[in-house]
Design a protein around this ligand. Structure first.
Ligand code: AVJ
Length: 326
């Protein structure tokens, strides 16, 4: 019997430091006006906490919408998959996961939960709580960046259900999504399934409000990436120099979060030997959050060799949950 939380680091020592340096050189080293950072760097301990706060905001509907689908469908998902292993990518606090864990335990098939996330602090908190709440369940916490390379610790007992919830797949650009979905496909064996949450295209005013809340929590979340750069790379950004911006790109059907310089800003990142200048009003892209339509999800799955078996939405049609099989 396994007690205690098993934490696996699939990444070599220093991986995150190197990856951050590389992303910063590439993204912030781009010409002014075209600078960007990948959204995964939001999630230090403070950023993970702020994201949890976002999920409780009145404007941020995706978490509640997805939870309402799971509340209604978890039992059916359990019966369809009969999973022995639940693998969750980008598990964060594993809050909605409990609905799946409960349903699979009720059915009696579940033996192991594998939580994969970039945030070790989130994994520790969630993992310890789940061990207490689900006696007898083996819980693995895997610190990994699945957007780079999808790997799991050892063999996974099938049937396995791989879940990517919350609309996290929307943080990947279309080409990155194609690579990621093919990697998921290559991991799945007959009888396994993918459960994929996708936020759906809707009234742009609703979307923008979800990413620019009145209380300013998302703004703080966005600026937190500058605090991460300061701490990890010896930076001297003043987060207050940047305004939070959320815009809807109607053509590409995604929300972009940006940080806009409120004045001429200069900043140094000592550890990467980078001196940055931002013109007044210059923007830095910090996140893409793509919104989907059923046909698009189905096409992307199909291109990766996956078949969309079931498609559920919440009553208001705001969020989609797909169950796909190899
Ligand atoms: C965790 C990636 C699903 O894109 O909606 C929330 C992150 N960014 N508010 C999203 C986020 C701004 C969130 N995901």
């Amino acid at each position: 019997p396994v007690t205690g939380l098993r934490i696996t680091r699939l990444l070599p020592e220093g991986f995150f430091a190197d990856a951050l340096r590389e992303d910063v050189r590439r993204g912030l080293g781009a010409p002014p006006g075209r600078r960007w950072l990948p959204p995964k760097w939001f999630y230090d301990a403070r950023g993970s906490e702020l994201f949890e706060e976002i999920t409780r905001l009145p404007e941020y509907y995706p978490t509640r919408a997805e939870r309402s689908i799971l509340r209604e469908r978890a039992g059916g998902i359990a019966e369809l998959t009969r999973a022995r292993t639940l693998v969750e990518l980008g598990s964060g606090s594993s809050e909605k996961t409990r609905l799946l864990l409960d349903a699979l335990r009720r059915l009696g098939t579940l033996e192991r939960y594998v939580a994969v996330d970039v945030s070790e602090s989130a994994l520790r908190g969630a993992g310890e709580a789940l061990l207490r709440e689900y006696p007898g369940l083996a819980v693995d916490a895997v610190v990994s960046d699945f957007t780079r390379r999808l790997r799991l610790p050892g063999a996974v007992a099938g049937p396995a259900l791989v879940a990517l919830l919350g609309g996290t797949i929307g943080n990947l650009l279309p080409a990155e999504r194609a690579v990621f979905l093919r990697e998921v496909r290559s991991l799945l064996r007959p009888g396994d399934a993918l459960l994929l949450g996708t936020d759906l295209v809707k009234d742009p005013a609703v979307l923008v409000a979800a990413y620019d809340d009145a209380a300013g929590v998302t703004a703080e979340f966005n600026r937190n990436v500058l605090a991460v750069l300061n701490r990890e790379l010896g930076g001297d950004f003043d987060p207050a120099d940047f305004a939070h911006v959320a815009v809807w790109d109607a053509e590409r059907e995604w929300i972009e979060m940006r940080l806009r310089a409120r004045r001429v800003v200069t900043a140094k990142l000592r550890q990467v030997d980078l001196e940055l200048g931002f013109a007044d009003g210059e923007e830095l892209r910090t996140e893409v959050s793509a919104k989907f339509r059923r046909e698009g999800v189905e096409a992307e799955l199909r291109a990766a060799g996956l078949r969309l078996g079931r498609w559920w939405t919440d009553a208001a049609g705001r969020f989609g949950l797909s169950l796909a099989t190899p």
